[in-house]
Design a protein around this ligand. Structure first.
Ligand SMILES: [Zn+2]
Ligand SMILES: [Zn+2]
Length: 142
């Protein structure tokens, strides 16, 4: 795992409790988004005592730090790959076949343009999520 993530959590003042650490580890093992209930099942399997509300709160805190992103089309959460400092602008490639999701590296391109367009209309964009659907490289080979 990106060691920087645990550093950033500590810097933010958020206590890295055992359940939070376990959530982070679980996300780190996945290359596709996971829903809150699935994550809760995983925690139960791992004998980590944490309820749904705490998982939601932890994910929200991680999102604020840019460690985790929510992928609307998959209704799941994914660990950041691009060292984001926040969750306000994200760009992901979503494979329709295997469900793999890849984050595009920063600097973000499409979301910057969208932000400019919003600004020019006096609209204060707080979150811009770009999802590109398609078939990933691996799936095209098979
Ligand atoms: Zn990111
Ligand atoms: Zn694929």
């Amino acid at each position: 795992m990106n060691a920087d993530f645990t550093e950033r959590i500590k810097e933010s003042g958020l206590r890295l409790t055992q359940p939070r650490m376990k959530i982070l580890e679980a996300l780190n093992e996945l290359d596709r988004p996971i829903g809150v209930y699935q994550l809760h099942d995983k925690m139960t399997e791992a004998k980590v005592n944490v309820n749904i509300v705490s998982i939601y709160r932890t994910l929200a805190a991680f999102q604020e730090l840019g460690i985790v992103h929510y992928i609307p089309s998959q209704q799941g959460y994914l660990l950041c790959e691009a060292e984001c400092r926040d969750d306000q602008q994200t760009e992901h490639l979503v494979c329709d076949q295997c469900g793999n999701v890849n984050e595009l590296p920063i600097p973000t391109c499409a979301t910057n343009d969208l932000k400019e367009q919003a600004d020019s209309r006096g609209f204060r964009a707080t979150k811009i999520r770009v999802e590109v659907s398609g078939i990933c490289f691996e799936c095209q080979k098979s």
